[in-house]
Design a binder for this molecule. Structure first.
Ligand code: COA
Length: 290
């Protein structure tokens, strides 16, 4: 388990133990590489969590492993068989969470889908699949949790990206979806702020050891990649977890409608994988049809 936290997150970190005692998180994609560690951080600080996913085995295994962090088998509820594209499945997951824990305070809309594909090879259904998982899935998650968030005056965190700040080839589907997520979060921050609900986005950069990184970086040279990042290293899932804790904590109680970019400053350079090969990567034989 390379991507996991331990007690030192609390004992050696900046956070007070138990700051989230009595709170409950609802996390879509909670068994995935980034959202899992976000959830672990919340658990280590006293929160309980429902992790929501499509795959039963993966979700239940992650939940079992995560409960070892807290020593309490009751701290994590796995809810599987949930596709975020289906609103009624999310409503069922919310009901199961409330039945188990009685409330929802924090929501992480983290379920996402991505792959590299040139526009010419991207079918209408492929575009729709990614936009449906990322954007419609984020809407469905916020919508299904809204009644609980109203009661708890809770907080939503959408998982965005930096792909839409500039044009990234082979990522038009994800860029479109993530731009929509930022817009959704901003609108909710304004509309739900009057009910005491906060809404923010976190935009991870190149995070080491994640499924997204494996899918997007291909055979890119790590050292070369790091040299193009102002902070000269790849991000870690712990970096994302720290910002997540901040955004849900009382330290951020006046923070809403923001996008927190956790990328070591990378997006300022317009860095994306394949940039150095541009435009040859678009003019190659296999992309000649473009
Ligand atoms: N390049 C081009 N098109 C692709 C593709 C690729 N690498 N992978 C899938 N597609 C297309 C499929 O061909 C299909 O289109 P078609 O019906 O016109 O043939 C469409 O996308 C849907 O694929 P399908 O596998 O049926 O969808 P799904 O809902 O089961 O899966 C995905 C959704 C495609 C996003 C899948 O990759 C997934 O489930 N990902 C989740 C995990 C993930 O991506 N994590 C990374 C987070 S950064």
């Amino acid at each position: 388990m390379p991507n996991t936290l331990d007690d030192t997150f609390v004992t050696e970190g900046p956070w007070k133990p138990d700051i989230f005692k009595g709170k409950v998180a609802f996390v879509t994609g909670g068994a995935g590489t980034i959202c899992r560690v976000q959830t672990e951080a919340l658990l280590l600080l006293g929160c309980k969590a429902a992790i929501v996913g499509r795959n039963k085995e993966k979700t239940e295994l992650a939940a079992r492993e995560m409960t070892q962090l807290t020593g309490s088998p009751d701290s994590v509820l796995p809810v599987s068989g949930v596709d975020v594209r289906e609103f009624d499945q999310l409503e069922r997951a919310v009901a199961a969470t409330v039945e188990k824990f009685g409330r929802i305070d924090f929501v992480i809309a983290g379920a996402a889908g991505n792959f590299i594909a040139p526009f010419a090879d991207l079918s209408a259904n492929a575009f729709k699949s990614v936009v449906s998982i990322d954007l419609l899935g984020s809407f469905n998650t916020a919508k299904a949790c809204h009644p609980q968030l109203k009661i708890s005056k809770g907080s939503i965190l959408f998982v965005s990206a930096t792909f839409h700040y500039y044009g990234v080839p082979f990522q038009c589907h994800v860029g479109a979806a993530k731009a929509g997520i930022d817009a959704l979060s901003n609108a909710l921050a304004v509309e739900l702020g009057v009910s005491g609900i906060r809404s923010n986005c976190i935009a991870p950069g190149a995070i080491e050891g994640t499924e997204g990184m494996a899918r997007l970086s291909g055979s890119a040279n790590k050292e070369k990649m790091c040299s193009k990042i102002p902070l000269q290293r790849l991000g870690t899932t712990k970096d994302i977890a720290e910002t997540t804790v901040f955004l849900f904590s009382d330290a951020a109680k006046y923070v809403t409608g923001t996008v927190h970019i956790v990328d070591g400053g990378m997006w300022h350079l317009g860095t994306h994988f394949g940039r150095e090969m541009y435009p040859q990567n678009l003019l190659s034989e296999e992309n000649a049809k473009l």
